[in-house]
Design a protein around this ligand. Structure first.
Ligand code: CAA
Length: 382
């Protein structure tokens, strides 16, 4: 077993870190305060680096890199700006990847190529007011009328909602089927008549990532926009989330890493009792726990990424990765605020934002409880 990153992975980390520190860092606090999504910076420039389609083959406009590269990219963006991290993660894993995995060649040419090239932004609409953890409770409907599907219903909490041009949407196509059966996936373009945006969420963290409600009122989409098999949409959603959870795990890892580095730097500079607080064993123990938790989480996240690229089953591993990385992010950012003391509780220092940003990683793309359910089911099924 080799724990060293390849030269390609190291170069990828270096490139994204330079970009994040030079271009994202100066405005992260302002964007958070003003809940401002700066698309030109947070997506278009990321795309200019060739990252919008990082895991997709070059023939579809991607970079042809592996999942570990993708994990490193999201980690490095999130180390500086978690909102930029989730913008890319939702775009790659949730918007583009289901089209790559389940789309026809025609759909890939029409929708995946602009997503992978970064000329269009992607999003994913699964969650509804009464279908959160119970994704099979989808109530949005799609009815075939001649050559078109008519969508009715709504989706909430949609990352990149309002700004994305291409959405993968889940709707019930068989009203008689129960639970997760009879749900299908569709590709929906912005500006389709009958497709509008509702409430924009005001959030605790990742405040510069837009989160919107999607509303479908007799929204007509071409018959050919059905993604994957009719009635098999739940599995499209689950397999998409298997990959997405690696993205969110990487986001959590990046947030934790950023908070840890800020805490070490602060502990070296901040003097109390005539000495830097880093000299106190009590502070060193906190830093030691932070570093150890991050190292453990990183191994699990990279293992899930490795399995995804190696074509091995990785549903349980991605759930484990998201579980450990998100809980690490919450623990580490809370400790970072503690190291900063009163200053850490103010908006003058980044750890306050990082602690708020960390919380969502335990919730979206499946709560920690859902991850435990996925892991438990995988461990115990015959
Ligand atoms: N891959 C393939 N198939 C899968 C699968 C997977 N990973 N997981 C489940 N399935 C299949 C099962 O094998 C089963 O198939 P059969 O019908 O052939 O038996 C079927 O799907 C139903 O499985 P379950 O009985 O396990 O389904 P369930 O209704 O009990 O739900 C759940 C399981 C794990 C709770 C699932 O509903 C879930 O993951 N919920 C959380 C939803 C979620 O993560 N939402 C996030 C929204 S997106 C988001 O947050 C984006 C963002 O903002 C960034």
């Amino acid at each position: 077993m080799n724990f060293d990153l390849t030269d390609e992975h190291k170069m990828m980390r270096e490139m994204v870190r330079s970009f994040a520190e030079a271009e994202l860092a100066p405005g992260t606090r302002e964007r958070d305060e003003n809940e401002r999504f700066d698309r030109a910076l947070m997506f278009d420039k990321v795309a200019e680096l060739g990252l919008a389609g990082v895991i997709f083959p070059e023939e579809y406009g991607g970079a042809g890199a592996d999942y570990l590269s993708y994990a490193i990219v999201v980690e490095e963006l999130s180390r500086v700006c978690a909102s930029t991290g989730v913008t890319l993660s939702a775009h790659v894993s949730l918007g583009a990847n289901p089209i790559y995995k389940f789309g026809t060649e025609e759909q890939k040419q029409q929708f995946l190529v602009p997503l992978a090239e970064g000329s269009k932004l992607g999003a994913f609409g699964l969650t509804e007011t009464s279908a959160g953890s119970d994704a099979g409770g989808t109530r949005t409907t799609a009815v075939l009328d001649g050559d078109e599907w008519i969508l009715n219903g709504s989706k909430i909490f949609i990352t990149n909602g309002g700004d994305a041009e291409i959405y993968v949407i889940f709707a019930r196509t068989d009203k008689k089927a129960e639970k997760h059966h009879g749900i299908s996936a569709f590709i929906l373009e912005k500006d389709t008549p009958g497709f509008t945006f509702g409430k924009k969420e005001q959030k605790m963290g990742i405040r510069s990532s837009p989160t919107m409600e999607l509303v479908f009122d007799n929204c007509r989409i071409p018959k050919g926009n059905l993604l994957g098999e009719l009635g098999k949409g739940f599995k499209v959603a689950m397999q998409t989330l298997d990959g997405g959870r690696i993205g969110i795990a990487s986001q959590a890892l990046g947030i934790a890493q950023g908070a840890f580095e800020a805490a070490v730097n602060y502990a070296r500079e901040r003097k109390q009792f005539d000495t830097p607080i880093a000299n106190f064993q009590g502070v060193q123990f906190i830093l030691a726990d932070m570093a150890t938790q991050i190292a453990a989480a990183r191994l699990v996240v990279y293992q899930a990424a490795y399995k995804a690229s190696a074509g091995q089953p990785f549903s349980m591993e991605s759930a484990m990765a998201k579980l450990i990385a998100s809980e690490t992010a919450m623990a580490v950012t809370t400790k970072a605020v503690q190291v900063f003391g009163g200053y850490g509780y103010t908006r003058e220092y980044p750890v306050e934002r990082m602690m708020r940003d960390a919380k969502i990683t335990e919730i979206y793309e499946g709560t920690s409880e859902v991850q435990r359910l996925v892991i438990g089911t995988n461990l115990t099924r015959g």
